[in-house]
Design a protein around this ligand. Sequence first.
Ligand SMILES: Nc1ncnc2c1ncn2[C@@H]1O[C@H](COP(=O)(O)OP(=O)(O)OP(=O)(O)O)[C@@H](O)[C@H]1O
Length: 231
Amino acid sequence: MSKIVEMKGLSKSYMNKIALKDVNLNIEKGKILGLLGPNGSGKTTMIKILMGILTQSSGEVYIDGKKPGTGTKAIVSYLPDRNFLYKWMKVKDAINFFNDFYEDFDMMRAKELLKFMELEENIKVSKLSKGMIEKLHLTLVLSRRAKLYILDEPIAGVDPVAREKILDAIINNYNEDSSMIITTHLVKDLERVFNEVAFLKYGEIVLTGDVEELRVERAMSVDEIYREVFK
Ligand SMILES: Nc1ncnc2c1ncn2[C@@H]1O[C@H](COP(=O)(O)OP(=O)(O)OP(=O)(O)O)[C@@H](O)[C@H]1O
């Protein structure tokens, strides 16, 4: 099977608020999908459904052919859009914690990434800046040999130099056997990473496709297309 993610008629409402409406979206293995949309468009809701944190109101979702749950959590490496580290931890504790927790954690890769991100193992998490925390999160998430990586706003809140470094880490550590979903509204910064994009507007997919094809068809960058769709 070539699809890593399959969504069919996926909808989600919170009380009377519709967050996702009849979403049909497939992600092929080996691709990096940019899930793009402004605040409140439903990106996090979609990711939480993929992670089994929320249940859809209707429709179907499959990850590698399975419904989200314990089985799929083992093959998905997820970067939430909030800090998930404990203040008492040192960087090396966070690494060991992940190593103990995830069978697919690759310690060698983690050490290389720490070096690349210029993160010192003995620093306490409480002493790290916001940008350094994001780098540590990404180090942890990318050090797993997962089939699917889901990165929710991986570069929000970091300076442009750190952004470039984080993007390089994503590209260098990505391999063709895995797939990735990256949500962002910082389209210009991230578009060089995407193979495919899906635009979410008020919970609906309004445009999806291969990045190269879209750029050629419309003679615009993804960022320009985004601005046109959401103006
Ligand atoms: N727990 C909740 N209860 C009620 N409404 C919610 C809840 N979570 C999200 N929503 C609503 O659902 C819609 C989609 O929210 P969601 O967080 O998925 O958007 P998003 O695209 O991730 O936004 P952002 O870019 O700001 O993170 C929004 O209108 C939001 O107000």
